[in-house]
Design a protein around this ligand. Structure first.
Ligand SMILES: Cc1ncc(COP(=O)(O)O)c(C=O)c1O
Length: 396
């Protein structure tokens, strides 16, 4: 077969290869990026889908507008308003997961050879998606407080990127959260260099211990004159409600949303109207706050358990910052006492001990750090987390 030359820029991810090994019986997996299926509010969603069919069968089962189903756009506008972002329903478009928003950004903004700055490390699918459109993906260093803004400014000056892509809150895979001070600085940089900043925010609602993260970049645009039209915000119901619904949204400058809508028309015409009507009924039902409280509580306990077990079982062989939300621990092997410092080697040995995680290297667009790894605490319960981390210690 003769495939399009754009595929030359993208290779199958090393992570996919690892996932093939996860079917082994008895394995405890910290490798996935999924929420726990046991968290899904099945009863609430069943009721929402029933109401969608009964009350609005025309809307829920017919073709719909590419921009999104109006009742859902209204609900999402209210959802965002509660999080400090004033946006009219017409100021957002519904996407098929936030993944589609990222794809539409690639389609509408990236010409072959354009530069895009991302965090090092960042969400792997984003790197692949932007590369598919021919982007040269440049990596900006981060620490536990998110992207390092001075380095980011240097890179913006040097590369003049088409846009900067950040996951400022509980990053995947980093778990890092950009501080308030750095958030404001990022917005100032956007204005100073007239650079578009994409804020991908699927995890912001998943915070632990009642400690909400700093406000989103989009909500802070009020405080930095000239920044609102330089920020694109991508949201998702995947991690808090259900990824199978495939409901995401994008807020951004009207001209960008218009082009993205045109491109979406060619890709899926519109996001499933049934899923949109169900999501709209769900948000309207008022169940969301209780659902959020449950996921925050359960994932918070699991994150605690994983942090404590890592300290207890792996000691100085590993370093990490306890995440305040999201689904992931990002850790680094220190090699202390002559123990393994390469996460790929460690991952293979761990699978022999029936425990899995993802080595960190593929999450870097440039200069991979081979000592890093990502562990998800979302799908295993506390008991399994403790058992799995104990097995990890045996693999070291
Ligand atoms: C940072 C980030 N962005 C986007 C997505 C895509 O999520 P969805 O398309 O389900 O909204 C994910 C999923 O893992 C993610 O981690």
């Amino acid at each position: 077969m003769q495939f399009a030359s754009r595929l030359d820029n993208v290779e199958t991810s090393a992570i996919r290869e690892l996932f093939k090994l996860l079917g082994k019986p008895g394995i405890i997996s910290f490798a996935g990026g999924f929420p726990d299926s046991a968290m899904f509010d099945v009863e609430g969603l069943a009721e929402a889908s029933r109401l969608a069919l009964e009350q609005e069968p025309g809307g829920a089962l017919q073709y719909g507008a590419t921009e999104g189903y109006d009742p859902l756009r209204q609900q999402l506008s209210a959802f965002m308003k509660a999080k400090g972002v004033a946006v009219d329903p017409s100021g957002l478009i519904v996407t098929t997961g936030s993944q589609q928003a990222l794809d539409l950004l690639g389609k509408t903004l990236v010409s072959p050879g354009d530069k895009v700055i991302v965090e090092g490390p960042t969400f792997l699918a984003t790197i692949q998606c932007f590369r598919l459109y021919g982007a040269q993906v440049v990596s900006a260093p981060i620490d536990a407080s998110g992207v390092k803004v001075d380095e980011l400014e240097q890179l913006i000056t040097e590369h003049k990127p088409k846009f900067v892509y950040l996951i400022p809150t509980f990053g995947n895979p980093s778990g890092a959260t950009l501080t308030l001070e750095r958030r404001k600085k990022v917005l100032e940089l956007a204005v100073k260099h007239n650079t578009l900043v994409v804020e991908d925010d699927p995890y912001g609602d998943l915070y632990f211990g009642g400690n909400a993260p700093p406000p989103s970049l989009m909500s802070l645009t009020d405080q930095v004159p000239g920044s609102r039209d330089l920020v694109v915000h991508c949201g998702s119901l995947s991690k808090v409600l259900s990824p199978g619904l495939r409901i995401g949204w994008m807020i951004g400058p009207a001209e960008l949303l218009a082009k993205a809508t045109m491109c979406k028309q060619f890709s899926d015409a519109h996001t499933s109207t049934f899923a949109q009507a169900t999501a709209a009924q769900y948000l309207k039902s008022g169940r969301m706050p209780a659902t959020l409280a449950t996921v925050r509580e359960v994932y918070g306990q699991r994150a605690q358990a994983m942090g404590a077990a890592l300290k207890r079982e792996l000691g100085d062989a590993i370093e990490f910052t306890q995440p305040g939300g999201g689904l992931f621990f990002w850790a680094r092997l220190t090699g202390a006492g002559g123990r393994i410092a390469d996460a790929n080697v460690f991952a293979k040995r761990a699978i022999e001990k029936l425990v899995a995680f993802v080595p960190g290297a593929p999450f870097f667009a440039e200069k991979p750090d081979l000592a890093t790894l990502r562990l998800s605490f979302a799908t295993a319960n506390v008991e399994k987390i403790e058992e799995g981390i104990a097995r990890l210690a045996q693999a070291l």
